[in-house]
Design a protein around this ligand. Structure first.
Ligand code: FES
Ligand SMILES: [Fe+2]
Length: 362
């Protein structure tokens, strides 16, 4: 019938269950996008370093003896042993296998007995570095040397966060926890980026943290902006102070696996989703407060978030992964309300478009 359109359908289940699609995602999403590595407070002094992974790629960030921040693949140029583990401080990088030694800028300093090898020139050997940017104090890396800078991919976002959280540069990690999920990373990311389920699943969040009906998520390119008014009365038992603009809730999801979220009262917390398989992911929750100090009241908010909102979402994510393997499921219609608002899955549709666009499929 003329003028009649059909609802947009959810992504096909194979995107969440097919190992070949995950291999494509590794190459076309995870190895080409800005991925959170850590925070500048972890590498404050020359020689400080920490290791991390993007899928199966081991990497490390190091503040060189020249004070420059750099990121490298965590692999020796000799015969591929891993160079560093966990985190620490060192004035040079010594491979645990045959003791090849690198400067903190990645250049090979010495390789035992190499002086007796005709033609061996240490000055031609350097660790492979990767792109690094600092964004509101968070360190991001990108394995794609041709990737656009974050400022171009997320225009205006850093300035907005800085305006909303003026103390952003004083924040340090105050509390952290994580959970492993037997689920595809996209289920967790989509669940985070829609609040159509909030009224049903998150009673504490929508009564105690934000005014549930005011929640809105607006996709804008590679950033999804979440906003809500602070709850008038906090069931979480923390004083949100005067309910005004400064006490509202905001979150910026940065495609594909990081979100910086601010609870009323300037309680900054982040989500990072990590994966290395089609059906398994890890969700990292970190809380960032001035000087890393948590008040008793803030700890109550953190604990309640972990035991309620976070736990509620974990259970949803697990159930959806099982359901996507069901022979009784075909992609259902998304609730896309042109008027916007909380009961909306426009953001889910935007995420699906980003996946399909990245994979180069119709
Ligand atoms: S693999 Fe590193 S020194 Fe041999
Ligand atoms: Fe949720």
């Amino acid at each position: 019938m003329a003028g009649r359109s059909s609802p947009v359908l959810a992504l096909a289940p194979r995107y969440y269950t097919d190992a070949d699609i995950f291999l494509q995602e590794k190459e076309k999403i995870f190895f080409r996008t800005w991925q959170i590595a850590g925070h500048v407070s972890q590498v404050g002094n020359p020689g400080d370093y920490f290791t991390f992974h993007i899928c199966d790629q081991s990497l490390f960030v190091m503040r060189g003896m020249d004070s420059q921040l750099r990121a490298f693949y965590n692999v020796c140029k000799h015969r591929a042993h891993e160079l560093l583990t966990d985190q620490g401080n060192t004035s040079r990088i010594v491979c645990p296998y045959h003791a090849w030694t690198y400067e903190t800028n990645g250049r090979l300093q010495r390789a035992p007995n190499s002086e007796n090898v005709p033609g061996f020139d240490p000055s031609t050997i350097c660790l492979s570095d990767v792109r690094l940017e600092v964004f509101c104090g968070y360190i991001f890396v990108n394995l794609d040397p041709d990737a656009k800078p974050m400022g171009e991919l997320f225009p205006g976002v850093e300035a907005e966060i800085r305006e909303f959280v003026p103390a952003i540069d004083d924040l340090k990690l105050a509390h952290a926890y994580s959970a492993e999920e037997k689920a595809n990373w996209k289920i967790a990311v989509e669940n985070y980026n829609e609040c159509y389920h909030c009224r049903v699943v998150h009673k504490a969040f929508t009564s105690g943290v934000v005014a549930g009906e005011s929640f809105d998520i607006v996709p804008d390119g590679y950033c999804l902006r979440h906003t809500a008014r602070a709850a008038q009365k906090s069931a979480y038992g923390y004083d949100q102070g005067q309910v005004d603009h400064a006490q509202d809730y905001k979150s910026w999801f940065l495609w594909p696996t990081f979100s910086i979220q601010v609870y009323p009262g300037s309680i900054v917390n982040t989500y990072r989703w990590w994966t290395n398989s089609v059906s398994r992911s890890v969700i990292y929750r970190q809380w960032w407060l001035p000087n890393g100090e948590v008040t008793e009241e803030q700890m109550k908010v953190i604990e309640l978030d972990r035991t309620q909102t976070f736990a509620e979402d974990l259970s949803i994510i697990k159930s959806v992964q099982c359901g996507l393997a069901s022979r009784g499921y075909n992609p259902g219609p998304l609730i896309i309300d042109p008027a916007g608002g909380v009961n909306n899955e426009l953001s889910v549709s935007a995420l699906h478009n980003l996946v399909v666009e990245a994979l180069g499929e119709e």
